[in-house]
Write a protein that binds this ligand. Sequence first.
Ligand code: AMP
Length: 753
Amino acid sequence: MSTEIYSVKGMHCASCAAIIQKKLSKVEGIKEVNVNLATETAQLEFDNGNLKLEVLNQIINNYGYSLEIEEPPSAASLSVADSVAKRAEKERELHAQLKKVQFALPVALLVFFLMMWDIGSMFSGIIPHLPLSMELLNIFFMLLSTWMVFRTGAPFLHGIVMFIRSGAASMDTLIGIGTLSAYLYSAVITLIPSAKAFLHAPDSTYFDVTIVVIGFVLLGKYLEARSKMKTGEAIEKLIGLQAKSALVLRMGKELEIPVQQVKKGDVVIIKPGAKIPVDGTINEGYSTIDESMVSGESLPVDKKIGDPVVGGTINKQGSFTFTASHVGADTILARIIRMVEDAQGSKAPIQNIADKIAGVFVPVVLVLAAATFVIWLTVGSSLLGFSVALSYGIMGMVGILVIACPCALGLATPTAIIVGIGKGAEYGILIRNAESLEKLSSVDTVIFDKTGTITTGNPQVSDIISLEKERSTTSLLQLAATIENRSEHPLAQAIVEAAKKQQLTLGEITDFRALEGIGVSARIGNTTVTVRKPLESEKTMAVKKLQEEGKTVVLIEEDGTCRGLIALSDTVKKEAREAVAALHRKGLKVIMLTGDNLLAANFMARQVGIDEVMAEVLPQEKAEKIKELQRVGRKVVMAGDGINDAPALAQADVGIAMATGTDVAIESAGITLLKGDINKVAQAITLSRATMRVIRQNLFWAFIYNIIGIPLAAGALFPLWGIFLNPVFSGLAMAGSSVSVVSNSLRLKGKKL
Ligand code: AMP
């Protein structure tokens, strides 16, 4: 299976997305299609093999759309020029829309004002009649309307052409049919008196309606496009973090080169206040670096020789040189950008209903509009007479076509997802896809891995107890460290560290074996040495006492005989207590999951206020424990280090990996927290709940708007109270609906996490 992302041209509304989705899904070899209106992209998953862009384009060109190769590397290759060009193109499109609005809106407002005056004078009796000849006004409106329908509103006519040619209808088709039919009817009764007499048509025409509707709809589209651009600002900000150039040392000379030309292995010079261009390791000098932009960590971090530096961060006072280790698409920043871009283009499950409706929306509305017209002409004219019913029929039909808005439905979810995921990225919360964000909002249980998540993960040797008089604690430590030297486990590293501090030499070993979740063993000469956790039966008073103090105890054995023990203590992270309290305030249950012993785990749990402890769980059992909780109906989020906890993270409803900054794209996790700050777990939940609230509001308003608007425009209130919604107001409502949805999504930007 391969996945490819294309950018889509010519897409205006949710129906367009639905049409493209439908057509591409039918192509052989394509397994999954995800067309996203908000990002204007199509994500295609297909069987390995070549998917020809021309073939895809042949299919959708008929409907007025085209696919272009999206260079995901836009950001990934850190080509600044690329992203600038993309933004400039969007701005040009927006400017073209603005120019149209600048003409259409004043015209529409003038006509709207004259219409309101005319209606006011008819009903109030106080307002005098328009001091203009109605015939002249009608001709004036006809001229303006001709321009509006055929020039300014040309995209809507294009929608009709597309409909006739291919049977696929979009929002533009609806507006096009609505305004064109009002225009043609008015033109016929104005220019052909015999036709007017034949139809028994009333005097009123609808040129004004076409002008105002087109003006308002264009305004709505412009405002929507402008807001939509704002939803993508988080990515722009991330892209903006890239340095444009770098100062490198080549052949003994300092050379300023564009960042794209920096190669792996280059020595890069960083002066005070400079931006770090790519990732690497310091080889000379020291400094403090502001890493807040990629980690969400607000305090500057001290860096010395051997420490890693991240492209996009800013050097403070010091100066240093570093060797580039990752450039271009491989840098952390590029990977973050790519991950955020992909996530913003992904689909939240909640969108499925809206998508299904958008798929049939336009044809259904067309049928409703036609039915309204027919009902007015038949039922209406038998009650009110043909002439009155005809004008209501036309108004009703136009009103429905104009008010029905699939756009709001289509934008409700993706705009909120884009803003939500972008906001997360600013806080160092990287969300892999919309589904994870959605699921996170409904979790009720948070499971923390102990080591490295609740605790700092840097245990220190605190006690060494020898069980034999003749063996010193130093030689016991030396023995343990010799074996542990080969292990990656934090406990092993602590033991080795302690031995190194005492400058003990570590001997040769053979047959090293790591017993996962238990300990390690190896041979020194002919003796088998084991360092492992004590069995239940081996927990003497001394062992228990140490464990009750929160310490982890390991036994050191030679050929099965216990020679002594080492206790290690880890400290809880200073922010852990507050993080747990924040989760409690949200009504979540907090559980600690650890391979360590129950007594030590309980001690740590009490310190931070955790509700429940699952201790002595072997690594391979962690996922099973989560399954058990899920079986009793709990929705679980698991936070762990992402490498050792991968199966558990994958099993949880949402897996949160606490990255240390170098491993941003952790496969098994739905969410990655940069800098491993556990307060961010609660922040991520706040964000997901806020995003889902906005989505629900958006969907609610988009549905309600259409459910109420369509019957209202059709004249449903007329039989009751004689009220009929002028299509002009339908146009206004239509313009407002998608703008309000996008604006509501933008509110998320201001949300405090
Ligand atoms: P873990 O699941 O990795 O946290 O390991 C569970 C327990 O096994 C630890 O608390 C230790 O008691 C023991 N253990 C695991 N690996 C080692 C090791 N390399 N050295 C000593 N003890 C270990």
